[in-house]
Design a protein. Sequence first.
Length: 439
Amino acid sequence: MQQLSMFDTEIPRPLAARLRPETLDDYVGQTHLIGPGKVLRRLIENDQVSSMIFWGPPGVGKTTLANIIANHTKANFLNYSAVTSGIKEIKQVMEKAEENRQFGTKTIVFVDEIHRFNKAQQDAFLPFVERGTIILIGATTENPSFEVNGALLSRCRVFVLKALEASDIIKLLKNALTHPQGFGGQDIDISDDIISAIAIFSNGDARSALSTLEMVILNSELRPDGKIIVTKEAFEQCTERKSLLYDKNGEEHYNLISALHKSMRNSDPDAAIYWLARMLEAGEEPLYIARRVVRFASEDVGLADPSALPLAVAAYQACHFLGMPECNVHLTEAVVYLALAPKSNAMETGYLSAKEDALNTLAEPVPLIIRNAPTKLMKELDYGKGYQYAHDYEEKVTAMQCLPDSLKDREYYRPTTQGKEKDLKERLRALKKWKKEHR
């Protein structure tokens, strides 16, 4: 009998690896791709899988999905790292795949972080993909339009995987607590608040969430009776976060976003940065904050500073591209700019006023003069009769009435004297005066 040494002790696999789903039914998230009747699910179930690229943030199931595809299609699965392998290794893998093909066995080559390959390495796959020697499944966190060369990309179908929802993460965490390969059979006392906090902290990354849960449980109090007590303090110590267990759907969530909004409205950049930091460090989804910032740009700044909206949209896009923690500076730039920008709520008040009239006059006909007349019958019914094309006039404006008769004197846009809107106010005054004189 072979004697075991102290180095032969098996090291337990990480929780995320032990709980990796093996079937589509066990897979969590990406319902837009693998939900009932969805395109990728149909391809897998009908064994019509071809080369593809999975594009999405870390921990959303790209590798897991590739494994499931290999299992379902009974293909030989080769996991290939773009970080540690070169062209020599590619050729060796392709030779093995060609042997498999001759024996009627499919080979799926999964290339993690395919964006790290240079052009020569990517080109090395081309002939084998074209011949059907392999089915290539690449995974990338970067936009494949920029990071995968055109020749290879044109032979692959791109599927976009999304960051998991907090509800998906919570489902995975609760499964880990009961699954035999997880913590099933152990007496663990952990509150729903802490589970939710771990889900929020993971920022849509299932691997990060399961790793955090494992770390928190392993560093929690073990009582003599074998019961493990997971406390808020244990979570904070493992994640280096302090008192950040707030419910994203609860009162504190709305209190904080209200504080951020009102600080910007009151032109207080210091308070705006503070409330922004409170939300981000509590694990708030940065895209949620970015959406509120985009709304603020028009609701409270509007045309007083026309640059506010594109800057806010750019901040949203930066959050989408980078996520936390990198996007914290982009949100800071946006909230400081908006806090210091001149303020106008003319967009919101104008729409709300028009909305009230619109709801009370839903049956009001469009004036004939501004109706389109694509047919002879419509022209005979005076559609578009008397219409004045503004570009035909020297002033590029006419005195034509565009509102219904019952609303002809209504004013919805009432510009303020703040920032650029001061100039718009003067232009609007001049336009109204000119139209009145030429009617």
